[in-house]
Design a protein around this ligand. Structure first.
Ligand code: PGA
Length: 243
């Protein structure tokens, strides 16, 4: 069964209520696309974005969640809360969370388990730093992150993996097609459900490189940061699927 592509936008710490017109601009491209379309706005906009997107082909998701359902965790948001606000997905273990908040693989795993329990599809991010790539460690690092971050519960579960080389995020640099293909194949063979699990590429995906990246074997979509903030760029990335 072919995997449905997923084009996911990660707004990071960007977006105010005045920016919700974005969804109207993207709705047509989403409706016409063979891909699943997802936007992960900041938590403050999630419920509003979900309401704005209801009846469209755009899903919304969170950018992180806490591993617990509720409790004394000031400032945190649980997977159940994201679900309650209308999220279908949640990004977990993004390299900015791993670096800025010291998130270990074990933490990412517990968040992924909480997400699945809440009925969310986790998008688990992995990726090597520049130093790790230069020392020939890219595949080892990604394999280690994957082994440590994937949920342990053995039942069939839908999750998505995003390969995002840290040095390619927000830098304008992208991994070479050969490197992307190599790492994606390495990820695929380590997945509990390799045939159905989608593997996204992320790291400076933009209209100019989307088509070639998305045409690679084992690339089932893209996780888009900067270029997901502008409706026209995001729309043209959506249009690159299956071209
Ligand atoms: P970028 O970010 O597209 O701005 O490089 C990707 C990401 O961090 O998910």
């Amino acid at each position: 069964m072919p995997r449905t592509a997923l084009i996911a936008g990660n707004w990071k710490m960007n977006g105010l209520a005045g920016d919700l017109g974005f969804f109207g601009e993207v709705a047509r491209a989403a409706a016409d696309s063979p891909a699943d379309i997802l936007v992960c706005p900041p938590a403050t906009l999630l419920a509003l974005a979900a309401k704005t997107c209801s009846g469209t082909a755009i899903s919304v998701g969170g950018q992180d969640c806490h591993a617990r359902e509720s409790g004394a965790h000031t400032g945190d948001v649980s997977a159940v809360m994201l679900r309650d606000a209308g999220a279908d997905y949640v990004i977990l273990g993004h390299s900015e969370r791993r670096a800025d908040h010291g998130e270990s693989d074990a933490i990412v795993r517990s968040k992924a388990e909480a997400a699945l329990a809440a009925g969310l599809i986790p998008i688990i991010c992995v990726g090597e730093t520049q130093a790790e790539r230069e020392s020939g460690q890219a595949e080892t690092v990604v394999a280690r992150q994957l082994a440590g971050s994937l949920p342990e519960n053995p039942q069939k579960m839908e999750l998505v993996i995003a390969y995002e080389p840290v040095w390619a995020i927000g830098t304008g640099l992208t991994a070479s097609e050969a490197d992307v293909a190599e790492i994606h194949a390495a990820i695929r063979k380590r997945l509990p459900d390799p045939l159905t699990t989608r593997i996204l590429y992320g790291g400076s995906v933009k209209p100019a490189n989307a088509e070639s990246l998305l045409s690679l074997a084992d690339v089932d979509g893209a996780l888009v940061g900067g270029a997901s903030l502008k409706a026209s760029d995001f729309t043209s990335i959506i249009g690159a699927v299956g071209r």
